[in-house]
Each structure stands twice: as structure tokens, then as C-alpha cells.
Design a protein around this ligand. Structure first.
Ligand code: ASP
Ligand code: MG
Length: 417
């Protein structure tokens, strides 16, 4: 059994969708489940729509929704000859979005769950169109609402999977259909609470969704289709001579994604690691190229990787009474990081201070700072970059290049591992 995932770029226009259909068709001789993201930048547009509705900007929201509809209607127009059946389906989704937006405008209320309800339509629309298109090609496929099987808690925008329930649903409701030879086409990024309230797994969470399906289906392989040739040892926009890593271990992949390599979502690895499911990162523009493989094997140890995480905030925390930065203080500070919900990317202590690096998240970092001010002097440095070199090798000329690259930037934190 194979689980494949296509991101927004791979379904961003009609030609891209035709290419995806070819890839699906090519792999459909084995039991197959396909996870798809929202088309192009639709999730961003839906976020903007939610923000306009929240502000009470009726005109802005109406225009935004119109442009989202136009975009999807154009996909339908370009892909289908007989458009009425698919337009009826997309129109039903548009009506649901409209109802939610009107509800917000009317009640002047924006509960936390509303964001998730609105942004979910990106994936619902894209999968409806792709599945409809596959049908016109005569492929034996079926559309699945991921919310009926991916069950989560009610932490909106960052929901946590309820594994036991999700596994049961997928095994009972999904596996038989896939084994029966139907290609199941479903959404990444979305789930729902046991009561059926729509939730989302965090931005760029479709890779994670695919890993959830792969885990629960006990799939033999998972494939993520990207616009790059595989996992590279640096961002090619910064490092033109970045090279592809053919094989890397789950551990190496976790390290890379944790420090900011954006090629796959960091949460993706654990569910496939626990079942030892190999993950192939492949290029949808060059389908026969081997891509990269993440599994128990590795040949990456000799290749240094350079990873840059943008928009970092650094806290320098010093006890007001000039006491040592001891375990007692650290316990107090870490308790407060947890309470304010910030995620630490780098930690370093010295005799009298603790340095903590975290993502830019104004609400959380401000809450954290406020919690510290009773006992600590706090200095905050923002808009930094965190540079990480994995597998650093002193003698390696490529590493030296990495070091030069780092020096190019003014605001940098440099980490070598
Ligand atoms: N469509 C969602 C996003 O853009 C999920 C994903 O693309 O993985 O964040
Ligand atoms: Mg996306």
C-alpha cells in the first residue's frame, strides 16, 4: 500500500493537475491513498478572508471570496468539458463558506474554531476538483472527507491527533476501500474533533496528514511530491551549489526539519518512523528521477547541511539579583516558556544568563516576556536568523562555504552540530 502527498504547488493550475493525475494513474496498480493540499496559495487567501470577516469588512470579504471562487472556477473551466456536475459540487462548498462568513459578520463574533472551519475549504475544493478530474479519465477513485477519520482534540489551528480513534476509523473505514483497488483522494491539513468540529493540524500540515494515513494504514511506502529534486543539503535560493541527499535516516530528517529545512513538515517523521515506513521525496516535474529516501539507512553523514530559520527572536534572561543561572532559575523559566506556548529552537546557558531562541510569534513572546519581568532582566533581539550546520566538518570546503554564507548576514545566530 502506498500513500502519496501532493502540495499546493503541484495542483496550482490545470496543467499541474493533469500532471498529478498522470502520476496517480501511474501508481494506481497498487493500493493507493492520495493526500492533497489546497491549490496554490488558497490557504493564505482563506486566512485573509477569515481576517476580513473578523474585522467586519463585508465588502473586502465579499471580494476576497469572489476571487477564491474565480480561481477554482477557472481550474474547472480548464480541466472539464462537462462542467455542470463539478460546478454543482464546488458551488456547495462556496455556499458553506458564505454561510460561515455571513455568520461572523452578523454576530460580530469570531470564536477560535472559525479559522479552522474557513481554511479547511482550500483542501475540500482542491480534492473535489482532482477527484472529479480523475473520474473523467475513467480512473477507479473515490473522494474521502478526511474529517470523518482524522480525529483530533479541539486545539484549533494546531490540533493534536487522537491516535487510537484515528487508527480505528482509518482501519475500519478507509483500508477496505483502498485494498479494494479504489484510489482514495483526500485532504491534507484537516481533521475534526470527535464531535465533528473541523480542526486543522498547523500550516503546511499536509505532509503530516499523509504520515498519519501511512501509519494507520501500515503502508509499505509514502511519497511526497515536490517542486525540488529531493532533499537538498541547503536552500538552493541561498546556496546555488546545494546537492541532493539520496538517503537519510529518520533521525537526520528530524534534525533537519526541526532546524528549519522546509522540505517536509517536522511532524511527518515520527508516525512513519514508528512503523519503519520509508518516505520518498520526489519531484513532480521529473517523475522518473529517484528523489531522496528517508528510512533506517543513511549516507548523509558525510554531507554537511546548512539550514537557515528566519524570523527568530532571542531572549537573554538574567536574574535581577545577579545570582547564578542555576537549575532552580531554569526550572522557573522553562515552566514559563511552556505556559506562554513558545517553542524553543536553541538554548544556551552561561554563569548568569540563559539564551533562548524562538520563532516570531508576537502574542506568545510578549506573554513570555511579561511572565519573566518579576525576577529577571530580559533583553529581546528580534528579526534574527538561526543558521544551523549539521554534520559540520572542519576540513570540508563546502562547510567553509557554509561559514562564509553565514557571514554574509548581519543578524545571525550560528549553530554547528
Ligand atoms: N494548505 C495548507 C497550508 O498551506 C496545508 C499544506 O499545504 O500542507 O498550510
Ligand atoms: Mg500549502
Amino acid at each position: 500500500m502506498l500513500v502519496m502527498k501532493f502540495g499546493g504547488a503541484s495542483v496550482k493550475n490545470a496543467d499541474a493537475i493533469r500532471n498529478v493525475a498522470k502520476i496517480i494513474d501511474h501508481h494506481s496498480s497498487e493500493p493507493l491513498l492520495v493526500v492533497i493540499s489546497a491549490s496554490g496559495k488558497t490557504t493564505n487567501h482563506l486566512e485573509e478572508l477569515a481576517a476580513l470577516a473578523k474585522k467586519g469588512d463585508e465588502l473586502g470579504a465579499t471580494q476576497k471570496l469572489a476571487s477564491i471562487k474565480d480561481f477554482h472556477n477557472k481550474l474547472v473551466h480548464d480541466l472539464f468539458e462537462d462542467r455542470a456536475p463539478i460546478l454543482a459540487k464546488t458551488a456547495a462548498w462556496y455556499r458553506e463558506i458564505e454561510r460561515i462568513v455571513h455568520g461572523i459578520l452578523l454576530l460580530e463574533e469570531f470564536p477560535a474554531r472559525t479559522y479552522d472551519r474557513i481554511v479547511a475549504y482550500g483542501e475540500l475544493l482542491s480534492t473535489t476538483i482532482v477527484e472529479g478530474y480523475m473520474q473523467t479519465l475513467g480512473a477507479p477513485c473515490k473522494w474521502l472527507d478526511a474529517r470523518t477519520v482524522v480525529k483530533t482534540d479541539a486545539i484549533y489551528q494546531q490540533a493534536n491527533v487522537i491516535w487510537s480513534l484515528t487508527k480505528q476509523r482509518i482501519q475500519e473505514d478507509v483500508k477496505p476501500i483502498v485494498l479494494d483497488g479504489q484510489v482514495l483522494i483526500t485532504q491534507g491539513f484537516i481533521g475534526s474533533t470527535p464531535e465533528g468540529k473541523t480542526t486543522t493540524l498547523g500550516r503546511e500540515g499536509s505532509d503530516y496528514s499523509a504520515a498519519i494515513f501511512a501509519h494507520c494504514l501500515e503502508a509499505k511506502r509514502m511519497m511526497v511530491w515536490k517542486d525540488v529534486i529531493g532533499i537538498l543539503n541547503g536552500d538552493p535560493r541561498r546556496m546555488p551549489d546545494a546537492v541532493k541527499i539520496d538517503e537519510l535516516s529518520y533521525e537526520e530528517a528530524v534534525e533537519m526539519t526541526f532546524y528549519g529545512a522546509t522540505v517536509i513538515h517536522p511532524k511527518t517523521i515520527k508516525p512513519i518512523f514508528t512503523q519503519q515506513i520509508p518516505l520518498y521525496v520526489k519531484c513532480f516535474g521529473d517523475v522518473n528521477a529517484p528523489g531522496s529516501r528517508i528510512s533506517t539507512h543513511s549516507n548523509a553523514t558525510l554531507i554537511p547541511s546548512y539550514i537557515v530559520k528566519e524570523k527568530q527572536v532571542l531572549f537573554e534572561i538574567t536574574p535581577k539579583d545577579f545570582s547564578f543561572m542555576d537549575e532552580q532559575h531554569m526550572r522557573e523559566i522553562f515552566d514559563r516558556t511552556y505556559k506562554s506556548g513558545i517553542k524553543l529552537n536553541l538554548i544556551q546557558n552561561s554563569a548568569i544568563s540563559l539564551l533562548l531562541c524562538t520563532d516570531h510569534h508576537p502574542q506568545r513572546t510578549q506573554a513570555f516576556e511579561a511572565l519573566l519581568l518579576d525576577n529577571y532582566e530580559v533583553k529581546v533581539f528580534s528579526d534574527l536568523q538561526l543558521h544551523t550546520v549539521l554534520n559540520f566538518q572542519e576540513a570540508d570546503t563546502a562547510s567553509a562555504k557554509g561559514a562564509r554564507l553565514v557571514q554574509q548576514f548581519g543578524n545571525k545566530l550560528f549553530m554547528v552540530r
